[in-house]
Ligand binder design. Structure first.
Ligand SMILES: *Cc1c(COP(=O)(O)O)cnc(C)c1O
Length: 360
């Protein structure tokens, strides 16, 4: 029996994507070779890469002048590649959690005077999104993390910024329509909401790629210009991972695209947040207006704290997996990514209610 999967990453994937991948692992389109055996330079894989890019451009309405790249190294490598390529005089970072802190740390290596933390929500355990600070007016770029996977906060709008806006969208990419024209770059690890671990996506404006620093030694593999020039094929790309991404995008298109997905994601999150708010046993630590639609973080009220492991076990007995909070914060986290269904959420809500009746 398939479990109710709430893992934060690698995430639950839609069944049609898994089934089609299973087939392609044995025999891709009846050509007598596995997706893992075909040449990345052959026409079969080329068609998959092209289709993936076309689908992404279509679903996100990516305007002219942007490149879609598939890279290795995870979002974590992007934390380093971004300042390596683009930090010349000054870059600004909005620090909203663990991942933004890591991104900022990579930029700080170029000088504390060059990497500026423009605002942070660290004072309250990253339970809100800072607001009211002045947007940077000059500088190489402004880096934000749109969804904070560990703390469960999310920026629900596309910021308007006069300098290139770079967004780590690892965990809310493709969860809602996005005005791509407001960003110079959007990137993330695929394993949160797009596919399996092992491939990193980057949507980059051509004009940003052209602005890369020329006064330093940037290893070939770390240059966006090289990956753009070679259409993500400078070296061997992660072929099967890209295949899965393509299948996930096809499923998303069949679902009705991003506006339908967004409605569904809101419905799931609302159901779960309502259950948390109505409960006497559980509570949500995040400021309501900044609550993530993707990673729903909740805790036991202090007097029930010792029941944390019991609840995880109780969920396990009801086929619910992946609700343990990140090891750095504890509590619980239900990741309601695109492939997570309303039925999964219903099962979790029911388990919470039953657990409460038994233990209150
Ligand atoms: C998981 C995560 C990362 C790190 O991704 P890797 O692909 O494991 O390097 C970065 N940013 C966010 C927002 C994440 O959720």
């Amino acid at each position: 029996m398939r479990k109710h999967i709430f893992n934060a990453g690698p995430c639950k994937l839609p069944m049609p994507a898994l089934e089609n991948t299973a087939k392609a692992v044995l025999d891709l389109n009846g050509i007598g070779q596995s997706i893992m055996e075909v040449s990345h330079r052959g026409k079969d894989f080329e068609a998959i890469l092209d289709e993936t890019i076309v689908l992404m451009k279509e679903l996100l309405s990516i305007p002219e002048g942007y490149r879609v790249l598939f890279l290795g190294g995870g979002a974590s490598s992007q934390f380093a590649m971004i300042p390596m390529n683009f930090l010349k005089t000054k870059a600004y970072y909005l620090n909203t959690g663990t991942w933004s802190t890591k991104a900022l740390e990579e930029a700080v290596m170029y000088g504390t005077d060059k990497a500026i933390e423009i605002a942070t929500s660290k004072d309250k355990g990253f339970t809100y999104i800072p607001k009211g600070y002045e947007m940077p007016k000059e500088g190489d770029y402004f880096h934000i993390t749109t969804n904070n996977t560990i703390r469960g906060t999310e920026i629900h709008e596309d910021y308007t910024c006069n300098i290139p806006l770079i967004a780590d969208m690892s965990s809310d990419f493709m969860s809602r329509p996005v005005d791509v024209s407001k960003y110079a770059m959007i990137y993330g690890g695929a394993q949160k909401n797009l596919g399996p671990a092992g491939v990193t996506f980057a949507i980059i404006k051509d004009t940003l790629i052209e602005q890369a620093a020329t006064d330093r030694l940037i290893p070939t593999m770390m240059r966006y210009s090289i990956h753009a020039k070679n259409n993500s094929m400078y070296n061997t790309p992660p072929c099967i991972n890209i295949f899965v991404v393509c299948e996930v995008l096809k499923w998303l298109k069949d679902f009705g695209g991003l506006s339908e997905m967004y409605k569904y994601n809101k419905a799931k999150a609302e159901k779960l947040y309502n259950a948390i708010d109505e409960s006497k046993m559980f509570r949500g630590p995040v400021v309501k207006e900044d609550r993530s639609l993707m990673n729903i973080v909740f805790l036991l009220e202090d007097q029930y704290k010792e029941k944390e492991a019991d609840f995880v076990k109780f969920c396990g007995e009801h086929n619910i997996v992946g609700i343990k909070g990140h090891r750095s914060v504890g509590g619980f986290r239900a990741s309601t990514y695109n492939a997570c269904s309303l039925e999964d959420v219903d099962a979790l809500v029911k388990a919470m209610q039953e657990f409460e009746v038994k233990n209150l």
